[in-house]
Design a protein around this ligand. Structure first.
Ligand code: GLY
Ligand code: MN
Ligand code: MN
Length: 396
């Protein structure tokens, strides 16, 4: 597998260091695993990265020693990284690293990623750093220095919003591969007489066979009335001729997620199905037409929402129009209604997001269409490419 080149990692770390300086922080404890990967190429189910002004320190346990050695041997780790082995608890190892690492007194942590319990424990331990334990100064750890933990919000996520050229190339390739899978799936896999579960299993197999590390989320196959459930689980229902079927699946390629939905009719669609499909396709076009650097995300959302409302389907569209894609399948920017308490999110060149309006009619079914785009100064670049009328022929 190939990874982000180390000079790119260095540039990402440098951007974080500037953000830390602006926030008057001496270091940041990065505990969200996708964020650790972003700076180090290290992917695991556990780990902690401490980023200071002049040190980059990764804590990992025995399970990952060989993987870290392999990354280092192949030149994929940042040059400056130091690796500390965790033998017991990560939190104890972290306290020790913070007390003795010379980071400085103000250390940030990712407020959205650390539990109240964990924070309480870390803060209590760090508050007594350097003080004697028990009944004598003889037991004091004089190398330990006091550290104040400071909650931060989305420092790394803000850096991850705009993708660099390496990430854009990976996402383009992922979009190309997912589109190829989708074209085959719509042709060969989504047919009448198969259970939703069987179709989903077949899709997942094809996603891996196309070179993805894994599906990006639980594949949705929602047929007939189930298509009215935006996030249905693929179940035992067997597809029938005349069903609408929503198929929503994604893949993780070199760590990056892509996400695609098509809706097909099995057999000849009814007029009502055709109208619903055309309405959603038109809403997707309206939203895609607004995507451009400098446009607030809620304006893109409103384009899809208003179009469906004009067509009498305002109540049938209850979720956001899209979301960012990257190391996580749902990340910033959120393409949804403006939240009164939040500042508007402006789209910027290099952001990657889905555009996925839908309309859902309980008891009847639903339609969702989802594509992935890169925001550009003049509009957007589609990175998924699947005919929208593959089965609902000549409807768009
Ligand atoms: N199935 C997840 C999504 O499309 O956002
Ligand atoms: Mn999706
Ligand atoms: Mn999506």
């Amino acid at each position: 597998m190939t990874f982000a080149p180390p000079d790119l990692l260095r540039a990402r770390v440098a951007r974080l260091r500037r953000a830390l300086e602006a926030a008057s922080l001496d270091a940041l404890v990065v505990s969200h695993l996708p964020n650790i990967f972003y700076f180090s190429n290290f992917s695991a189910s556990a780990g902690v990265l401490v980023v200071g002004a002049s040190r980059l320190y990764l804590l990992a346990d025995f399970r990952y020693s060989a993987a870290i050695d392999a990354l280092a041997a192949d030149g994929w780790l940042p040059d400056e990284i130091e690796v500390g082995r965790v033998d017991g608890s990560y939190d104890q190892a972290l306290v020790r690293a913070l007390e003795t690492g010379g980071w400085g007194p103000r250390v940030g942590f990712e407020g959205a990623r650390v539990s109240v319990k964990q924070h309480g424990w870390l803060a209590a331990r760090l508050a007594t750093s350097g003080q004697p334990e028990g009944d004598g100064a003889a037991q004091a750890d004089r190398s330990a220095t006091a550290v104040a933990l400071v909650s931060t919000d989305g420092l790394v996520e803000a850096l991850r919003r705009r993708k660099d050229e390496y990430e854009l190339d990976v996402l383009r390739e992922a979009g190309r591969r997912l589109s190829a899978v989708a074209r085959d799936v719509l042709h060969d896999v989504v047919v009448a007489g198969r259970s939703e579960q069987a179709i989903a299993a077949d899709i997942d197999w094809r996603v891996r066979a196309a070179g993805f590390e894994r599906p990006a989320f639980e594949t949705i196959v929602a047929s007939g009335p189930n298509a009215a459930l935006p996030h249905a689980h693929a179940g035992e229902r067997v597809t029938e001729a005349c069903d609408l079927v929503v198929v929503d699946f994604g893949g993780v390629y070199r760590g990056y997620c892509v996400d695609l939905t098509r809706t097909v009719a099995l057999g000849a669609p009814t007029e009502r199905m055709i109208d619903l499909y055309r309405a959603v396709a038109s809403a997707q076009d309206a939203a895609l037409g607004r995507v451009r650097a400098g446009v607030p995300a809620h304006v893109v959302d409103a384009a899809a929402r208003d179009r469906l409302a004009e067509l009498g389907l305002g109540e049938a569209f209850g979720h956001g129009t899209g979301h960012g894609l990257g190391l996580e399948v749902h990340e910033e920017p959120r393409i949804g209604k403006r939240r009164p308490d939040d500042p508007p999110t402006e789209l910027d060149a290099g952001m990657v997001c889905t555009i996925e309006p839908g309309a859902y009619l309980p008891g009847f079914g639903g339609v969702r269409l989802e594509d992935d785009v890169i925001v550009t100064p003049d509009g957007c670049e589609m990175i998924t490419d699947v005919p929208r009328d593959a089965q609902l022929l000549s409807l768009t």
